[in-house]
Ligand binder design. Structure first.
Ligand SMILES: [Mg+2]
Length: 173
């Protein structure tokens, strides 16, 4: 069985604009202009696209699961259904220790099993260090999108926009 290549994607601060707190309403879910085209280009280049997002606001009672589902529908529409799967971790450790929640790696592991992913040909794009911890653990290349977040030593590559991230990945082939 042929192994597939995959780009794992953090959501907030990567696929939609970071607002400094949880997205609690679909109106707060703003997709940067370069994201839909970038996703479509990665898809056309043969990458599986898997979103892996911590959404502990669900367990914290800030918003319900439907908000996450609605945001993901908006995202899929924007990129012509380029996303193969979206995983979200609704729990938070003080309520229930979750292996799904980044920096743990279960969401990435699920994606790898589901699509028979070769980690060495794959990328994780995130803005925070905790996004890149599971990537390093699993042998997936780690890319950090810099915004108002501290630099992490775990990043193999640092970029300043989603469009730049896509260029790096596509130029590697
Ligand atoms: Mg983020």
């Amino acid at each position: 069985m042929i192994k597939e290549k995959c780009v794992f994607l953090d959501r907030d601060g990567v696929l939609n604009e970071e607002i400094g707190r949880h997205i609690m309403h679909v109106d707060e879910f703003v997709i940067p202009a370069d994201v839909p085209d970038g996703l479509k280009r990665l898809k056309a280049a043969g990458y599986r696209l898997v979103v892996v997002t911590n959404q502990s606001g669900i367990a914290r009672g800030y918003y319900d699961e439907q908000v996450v589902v609605d945001c993901h529908e908006i995202l899929q529409k924007a990129c012509d259904n380029s996303l193969d799967h979206l995983y979200y971790a609704p729990l938070v450790d003080h309520i229930s220790k979750s292996l799904m929640r980044k920096p743990d790696s279960l969401m990435l592991e699920k994606g790898m099993a589901r699509f028979n992913v070769d980690p060495a040909q794959s990328w994780m794009i995130g803005d925070k260090e905790r996004d890149l911890v599971p990537a390093k653990k699993l042998g997936v290349k780690a890319m950090q999108i810099m915004a108002l977040v501290p630099e992490t030593e775990l990043a193999d590559v640092r970029v300043h926009s989603f469009a730049e991230a896509v260029e790096v990945i596509l130029s590697e082939q």
